[in-house]
Design a protein around this ligand. Sequence first.
Ligand code: ADP
Ligand code: MG
Length: 348
Amino acid sequence: MSQINLGIIGGGQLGSLLSIAAKKLDVHTIIYSDDIVAPAQNFCNEFIYGKYDDKKKFFEFVKKVDLITYEFENIPYETLNDMNKIKPVLPKPSVNRLIQHRLVEKDFINKLNIKTTKYAPVKKKSDLKSLEDFLPGILKTSTMGYDGKGQYPINKIEDIENLNIDFSKDYIIEKLVKLKKEISIIIVRYGMKSYEIYEPIENLHQDQILKHSKIPAEISNRILNQSKDWATRIAEELKYIGTLCVEFFIDNNDNLYVNEIAPRVHNSGHLTINAYNVSQFESHIRAVCSLKKVPLKKVSNAEMINLIGDQIIPYRKDIKLNKNQFFYDYLKKEIKNKRKMGHLTTLK
Ligand code: ADP
Ligand code: MG
């Protein structure tokens, strides 16, 4: 087969790890990013810098590639749709449009009879006054949020008075779930009824940012089966191609809720690089490029910690790693507070 040229929109750590996986499969990667110092340029074959609304630059990119995928979901739908008219975009743009918007996403999940937290749209501050049933809750921007950005906890109705929030944007309010734990499912869909699924991953967040992931997740068999079943139904309904992540909440009464869907590879799946025969990144590339499906096999239990902000510094120096430890540096130029700089996976 001739060389595949895979276009990837986004140049962060997910783009980097996708590029590394692609190299192994002899797939050529061309990354488009609006960040001139995007770390993925250290790992891809070609790098194009341009804004996400620069049609001319995008066209240059589209011309170079056979197909297009993306490492983050906040790309304007119109942009993806325009590109899809020229070269295939996978997962397809309509999936992205649905998942970009928290309200549309939650409506979609509930229509499948899959449970989410209780939620309601909020367009203006006064809407909140009639939403006491949703408190304590979290007000979230409907679009563009990640790593807890654009989220405001509201404990009681009086808190609303002190809110200083830009209501030119749309929001939703979500009732706070009393979390026992959080898990995620990473599923790879190759085509109709053709899947590979990783075992549930248990996740710990600090300040709404993922800090720690591990397999096996300590959950009941019922939760294990229900989470896999829900993720499979979501992927099938979306006619999804590639790697998809579903994030779940488990409450103190062992109820399962879908938190959100990420139409892409996911931070909680970084441990699959070392813990499985095929990583979530390689699986994604195989699925979108129509390469052979490889059945997944776990090689080891594992845990992963994110190195956030200056936590990376000692690892960049000379921390001695054990044989079962794997350190990844995303090579981001600048260390910033709350920024994911790298991760460490330990096989157990
Ligand atoms: P992001 O898009 O930033 O990942 P999430 O909605 O996944 O936003 O929220 C990030 C984290 O904040 C969650 O993983 C969870 O730990 C916490 N969180 C968000 N919404 C709720 C909720 N309704 N109840 C309890 N915890 C929540
Ligand atoms: Mg999340």
